[in-house]
Ligand binder design. Structure first.
Ligand code: 6PG
Length: 252
């Protein structure tokens, strides 16, 4: 159900809980990956880190659920919206979570990992080059689906409040300081790249996200915009939020 009267910000779809978010997100990913593969011969999907998307990744990998068979896996190129400067086997690596929950279970066409073990600066340069190789000589890479989380402080990907990475309009990938634990440097896609995506899907669960969600979908005049609200997507945006996060929005 869309929230009535929420027009200033992105479209919000409410889900009962984190499991319902995962189901709604899996439906979006399956539908859009299949459409991209049919139209353009392939689908470029950027995964989010953090904990919320884990249930989605498990559901997409689940042979007993209806989504796995609908995704044209060999045509899917998987990327990451951000990564921590740690080796891929670290429990802090977004790549490890994605691999364990999803990527080691499906015949995905290619996985384009951010090499956090090289340190944030070098990993950013190499990942940008990886994007050039895949997308070619284009003004901006266009992902079919970008999955994003929302931090209680309003960050998304590894774009934290006050970060110099928020000012970047030329580079596609930058190293960025951590804004919260784990306190390791990050590598992140920049705002222009996130904005160029055909579809941006935020996954937001938990009462601790309620204020950030309000600032994303109903920013107030004079309020400092949170990083997630600085995103000006050219394509479609959908925010999937659970009741705990979205409960108070109508009262605003
Ligand atoms: C990361 C992320 C980050 C995350 C949010 C929300 O690497 O940590 O990509 O932007 O999506 O912090 O995380 P949760 O889902 O764990 O709340």
């Amino acid at each position: 159900m869309d929230l009535p009267g929420v027009s200033a910000g992105p479209r919000v779809q409410r889900a009962a809980d984190a499991a319902a978010i995962a189901r709604a997100a899996a439906e979006e990913v399956a539908r859009r990956a299949a459409a991209a593969a049919a139209l353009r011969g392939g689908a470029a999907l950027a995964l989010a880190g953090g904990s919320t998307p884990k249930a989605l990744y498990r559901l997409l990998a689940d042979a007993a659920a209806p989504f796995r068979a609908r995704v044209p896996w060999p045509a899917v190129h998987v990327f990451f919206g951000d990564e921590r400067a740690v080796p891929p086997e670290s429990s802090d690596a977004n790549a490890r979570m994605a691999r364990e929950a999803l990527l080691s279970h499906v015949p995905v066409g290619a996985v384009h990992r951010i090499e956090g073990e090289r340190g944030a600066a070098e990993a950013a340069v190499r990942y940008e080059d990886e994007l050039f190789q895949h997308f070619g000589d284009v003004p901006l890479p266009v992902f079919d689906v970008v999955l994003l989380g929302l931090g209680a402080d309003g960050h998304t990907a590894s774009l934290f409040p006050g970060s110099p990475a928020l000012e970047e309009r030329r580079r596609w990938v930058v190293p960025a300081p951590a804004g919260l634990a784990p306190w390791v440097d990050r590598v992140t896609l920049t705002l222009p790249v996130l904005e160029a995506a055909r579809f941006v899907l935020f996954l937001v669960a938990g009462a601790d996200k309620a204020n950030a969600l309000r600032r994303l979908v109903r920013p107030r005049a004079g309020e400092e915009p949170i990083p997630a609200a600085m995103l000006r997507p050219r394509g479609e945006v959908l925010v999937l939020a659970d009741e705990a996060a979205a409960g108070d929005l109508e009262a605003e």
